[in-house]
Design a protein around this ligand. Structure first.
Ligand SMILES: [Zn+2]
Ligand SMILES: [Zn+2]
Length: 648
């Protein structure tokens, strides 16, 4: 008999040789129907792999990431089979699952795959799938594997790097592939499949190698899942921050200025500034002090901090001064500068914590192919701050940072998030810097703070950086996509490297603990995510313009100007559209600009001292006619719904 531990901690005994599928059946028929993949002692296995030792078993369904991975990887086998049938003589290489679907890298030789072939391939994949072929793993000797693939240089290369005795093939239908495993029980559950695109990809990602064709696909257990997915992609396209950023005139890129270096246009700069002011106000209340540091720093600074060893060779190279032979680096991180600010004078424990905040612009080299709108850039501004505190204060400081992050999320409409806590690897404590006692303290501080604040928490062992544990906020946007926003990181390393000290109550010198934190992360990436989350309909307090006054004709220009002045008195950001255009055209343009309120003014409004309000996205002229005072109240009330006052 063997003992199988399940994720809920329960232990069940089974005869040796039982399969994960059998275990599922012993729990419930319903579970057995849905299980599509499994892992045993952390290693992915097949649902039909016999278990012969004690161990921990996890069963996965489509709802688990691991389940999707097995589903998509299995589909890549079926697609490879279809491709081989349709394009005889092609050479298959690798076909892994990715975040959304899978791909297969193929050397098409004399063939060429085009969009026109997609339908035929998809149909064939579904035809094979309907035949319910089981995926069967089988061990092969290295010699046998090399013989099978003697005409395929790519597989030959892969096999050559494998050890004899560890090589396996996977068979289904008439098709065989070199594979490590991790498949669904049979092809029958693949009910929908689509080829998304084809692209060039160098063998093993090396541009010195031959360029292959990467065929991207995705598959689902229900046709409706595919329809929903395609609809989501369409919506994501409509909300693409690069498209919206252009339409709303927020930011731009110039090939003359350089790739990955965003230019903030007036409206975007105003939006950014509003976000900065918002956070600065809250930070001031939370006891932060603003500092400013230069965009470059001496190379030695980053050698001390360790950043040079880590990023130096792979990032922007040093800037040399002409006469003195000095070397400077573009600042990749603000932390070293803030450490030196802390070092300017001696501190007593009574002075701590010190909280230095800076909207600090940093520069990091990214390959041009990796650049993407505002989410992957070469220069960006972090809403950075570093807290220097005593180990005893860590608990309290952590809670305060969480409060600030939650305030930021609440004011910007992010409601769906989890806190991911990254701790040490339980097995291997050697690789971490700092004493065991301090780590214990810091890890408990984070876990307690997350619990105390009622956060939905996921704990990841072994995910901590070598210098300290951290908490990341994983936020789901309106399209259900997950983003990492807001990091709080404990650091024992930099205080050591920069020899930071404070005098304790015992009159001895001690090391402070450092916390790095950035609720937005970077202004660029945050605004990109916010744009896609809101589709450009930012919370009213943040909108570049909150209202536009549309005059029915030039006769009402003077009244429109008067309305604008009154709105300004109420600190409502507005502008007038007095172009010689029809009201219909003016409304359409204002809708395009996502203007929250359109205030239509004509004869009646002028006579009564009112405006007719039309809200963005709502049909019909003048849903309601109100006085300026009433309109100001509507705006204030709406703003107060999202933008609360930060209290500590
Ligand atoms: Zn496989
Ligand atoms: Zn930092």
């Amino acid at each position: 008999m063997i003992k199988i531990t399940l994720p809920d901690g329960s232990v069940k005994e089974f005869a040796a040789g039982i399969t994960p599928m059998d275990v599922a059946k012993s729990i419930s028929e319903g579970l057995a129907r849905n299980v599509i993949s499994a892992s045993f002692n952390g290693t992915t296995i097949e649902t039909v792999t016999p278990l012969t030792t004690d161990g921990s078993l996890v069963l996965f369904t489509w709802n688990d990431d691991e389940g999707k991975k097995a589903f998509w990887h299995s589909t890549s086998h079926v697609m490879a089979q279809a491709l081989e049938e349709i394009f005889p003589g092609i050479k298959l290489t690798l076909g892994p699952a990715i975040a959304n679907g899978f791909y297969y890298d193929v050397d098409f030789e004399a063939h060429k795959i085009t969009d026109a072939d997609f339908k035929k391939i998809e149909d064939r994949v579904l035809e094979i799938s309907r035949e319910k072929h089981e995926f069967k793993m089988r061990p092969v000797s290295k010699a046998e594997a090399l013989e099978v693939y003697k005409d395929n240089v790519y597989k030959t290369e892969l096999i050559s790097n494998l050890e004899d005795g560890t090589i396996t093939f996977c068979d289904h239908s008439t098709f065989t592939d070199l594979c490590r495993g991790g498949h669904i029980p049979n092809t029958g559950i693949i009910k929908a499949m689509k080829i998304m695109s084809v692209a060039g990809a160098y063998w093993r990602g090396d541009e010195k190698n031959k360029q292959l064709t990467r065929v991207y696909g995705i598959s689902f257990p229900k046709q409706k899942d595919l329809t929903d997915y395609l609809e989501l992609l369409e919506e994501a396209k409509r909300r693409d921050h690069r498209k919206l950023g252009k339409e709303l005139e927020l930011f731009a890129f110039s090939s003359k200025v350089g790739q990955g270096l965003p230019l903030w246009l007036p409206k975007g700069a105003a939006l950014r500034d509003r976000l900065e002011q918002f956070l600065k106000r809250a930070q001031k209340k939370a006891g932060y002090e603003q500092v400013v540091t230069p965009h470059i720093g001496q190379k030695e600074l980053y050698v001390t901090s360790g950043h040079y060893a880590k990023y130096g060779a792979d990032s922007f190279q040093p800037i040399n001064t002409p006469a003195e032979g000095e070397e400077f680096l573009l600042k990749p991180m603000n932390c070293p500068h803030h450490c030196e600010i802390f070092n300017v004078r001696p501190w007593s424990y009574k002075d701590l914590p010190k909280r230095y905040a800076e909207f600090g612009t940093v520069y990091r080299y990214e390959q041009s192919g990796e650049l993407h709108g505002l989410t992957r850039v070469r220069g960006f501004t972090q809403d950075d701050a570093h807290i220097f505190c005593t180990p005893e204060q860590l608990d309290e400081e952590f809670k305060k940072v969480i409060d600030l992050v939650l305030y930021v999320f609440g004011s910007l409409g992010f409601e769906n998030f989890t806190a991911q806590v990254s701790l040490r690897d339980q097995e291997d404590r050697e690789k971490y810097i700092g004493s065991d006692e301090n780590w214990e303290k810091a890890e408990n501080a984070i876990i307690n703070a997350a619990k105390d604040k009622g956060l939905n928490t996921v704990i990841e062992y072994g995910e901590a950086a070598f210098y300290g544990p951290k908490l990341d906020f994983m936020v789901k946007d309106a399209l259900g996509r997950q983003w990492q926003l807001g990091t709080i990181q404990v650091d024992y390393n930099l205080p050591e490297r920069f020899d930071l000290t404070y005098k304790g109550s015992d009159d001895q010198l001690h090391r402070p603990v450092m916390i790095h934190r950035a609720p937005f992360g970077s202004m660029e990436r945050f605004i990109a995510i916010l744009l896609e989350h809101t589709a450009g309909n930012f919370p009213l307090w943040l909108m570049p313009e909150q209202a536009i006054i549309l005059s029915l004709s030039e006769k009402y220009e003077i009244y429109a100007k008067k309305v604008l002045d009154l709105l300004e008195n109420h600190e409502i950001r507005a502008l007038i559209d007095n172009r010689n255009e029809t009201i219909g055209k003016k409304i359409r343009d204002a809708e395009m600009q996502k203007m929250p309120f359109m205030l239509i003014v004509g004869e009646e409004e002028e006579r009564n001292g009112t405006v007719s309000i039309r809200r963005h996205g709502q049909e019909g002229k003048g849903n309601v006619t109100v006085t300026i005072e009433e309109f100001a109240t509507i705006v204030t009330e709406e703003i107060n719904k999202t933008l609360k006052v930060f209290t500590v």
